[in-house]
Design a binder for this molecule. Structure first.
Ligand code: GLU
Length: 304
C-alpha cells in the first residue's frame, strides 16, 4: 500500500471508531466549534499533497504557533535564546507556575506558556511594531499573504487568561521579562489566535522536514542545525505532558494545540497536519493521536 492509500484507510478507520474527549472550553471562543470534525493533510518534500475530511476548514492553531515564534526568535538571536530559557521537558501542565519559583523565572522550554511568553518578550525587544512583524513573519513562512490574527479569539483569551497574566507578572518579578507586561501578553494572545487549515499548516511547517528550507520555494527559514534543535524540542516537549507517550506511540516530533490541531514531521520526508477538536485528558486531540499512531504503524516509517 502506498502512503495515499494508508492515509485514506486510516482516516476511514478512525472515523468509524468512537470519538472521545471534550473540546477546550476555558477559552470561550474555542467551545463554539463543531467537535466531530476531522481533517488530515500530508505534504511531502517531493511536492505530493494528500488530504482527507475537513482539511480545508480553518481552525484555531493555538500553541502550534509557538513553533513559529520560536523559529522567528531563533533565526534572529540564535543560541542567545538559551540564556532566557531551557530546552528540557517540564513534566508539569503547560500553564503551570510552580517550577518558575525554584528556577528563578527561567522557563523549562519554549512550548510551555511561560516559555512562549518569554519569546514574546524577546520579539517585543527586537521590533518597534512586534505584532506586525510577527504576523509578517508568519505570512512569509506560510505563504498566506492575507493571513490575520483572529481578534475574536485573542479577545476571548483576554477574558479568561488569568494564569497567563499571572505568568507574565511572575516571570517579570525575576527579571526575565524586559518589556511592559501588558504589551507582552497582548502579543502572546495574538500569537495563539492564528487560524489555519490542515493544508496550510502542513505547508507552513515544510521547513522542519527540509533542513530549514520550505519545500517548493526553498525559502530559508532556519539553518539545518537550528531545524534539528527545534525538531528535538518538539519531540521532547511538543505534546504537553504526553510527549513521552507520543514518542512511544507515534515516533515523530511534532506540536499540538488546544484547538485540536497537531503537526508531525518525518525529517527529510513529510509534514502531516491533523485536526479534530475533542481533546483527551492531557489536552491533545483524541483522534489526532489515534490517527498518527495508526498511520506510522502502517507506514513503518518514524524517526526511530
Ligand atoms: N492560548 C492558549 C493558552 O495560553 C494556548 C494553549 C495551547 O494550545 O497549548 O492557554
Amino acid at each position: 500500500m502506498d502512503c495515499k492509500d494508508i492515509l485514506n484507510t486510516t482516516y476511514q478507520q478512525i472515523l468509524n471508531e468512537e470519538n472521545l474527549g471534550a473540546v477546550a472550553s476555558y477559552i470561550p471562543e474555542l467551545a463554539k466549534v463543531n467537535p466531530d470534525q476531522l481533517g488530515i493533510c500530508l505534504i511531502t518534500k517531493e511536492g505530493s499533497s494528500y488530504s482527507c475530511g475537513d482539511a480545508q476548514t480553518p481552525f484555531s492553531i493555538q500553541s502550534i504557533a509557538k513553533v513559529l515564534s520560536l523559529s522567528l526568535v531563533f533565526s534572529k538571536i540564535g543560541d542567545d535564546l538559551w540564556k532566557r530559557m531551557d530546552f528540557e521537558p517540564s513534566g508539569n501542565a503547560f500553564n503551570s507556575l510552580v517550577q518558575l519559583e525554584s528556577e528563578n523565572g527561567i522557563p523549562r522550554n519554549p512550548f510551555i506558556n511561560a516559555g512562549a511568553i518569554v519569546m514574546c518578550d524577546i520579539i517585543c525587544d527586537l521590533f518597534d511594531d512586534p505584532k506586525k512583524e510577527l504576523l509578517n513573519f508568519i505570512r512569509k513562512v506560510s505563504g498566506i499573504a492575507d493571513l490575520s490574527y483572529s481578534q475574536n479569539i485573542a479577545n476571548s483569551e483576554k477574558q479568561t487568561g488569568f494564569r497567563n497574566y499571572a505568568l507574565v507578572n511572575f516571570i517579570k518579578s525575576f527579571g526575565n521579562i524586559k518589556n511592559d507586561c501588558d504589551q507582552v501578553i497582548e502579543l502572546y494572545f495574538h500569537l495563539c489566535s492564528i487560524e489555519m487549515t490542515c493544508e496550510q499548516l502542513a505547508r507552513t511547517f515544510g521547513y522542519l522536514a527540509n533542513q530549514g528550507k520550505q519545500f517548493k520555494t526553498q525559502l530559508e527559514i532556519l539553518s539545518s542545525s537550528q531545524t534539528k534543535r527545534i525538531n528535538a524540542i518538539m519531540q521532547t516537549c511538543g505534546f504537553y505532558d504526553e510527549a513521552g507517550e507520543f514518542a512511544f506511540k507515534v515516533g515523530l516530533p511534532g506540536k499540538s494545540g488546544v484547538g485540536g490541531g497537531m503537526i508531525a514531521v518525518l525529517p527529510n520526508s513529510y509534514v502531516i497536519a491533523t485536526w479534530s477538536p475533542r481533546l483527551n485528558t492531557r489536552g491533545n486531540s483524541y483522534r489526532g493521536i489515534k490517527f498518527l499512531e495508526e498511520f506510522t504503524t502502517a507506514t513503518q516509517d518514524t524517526v526511530f
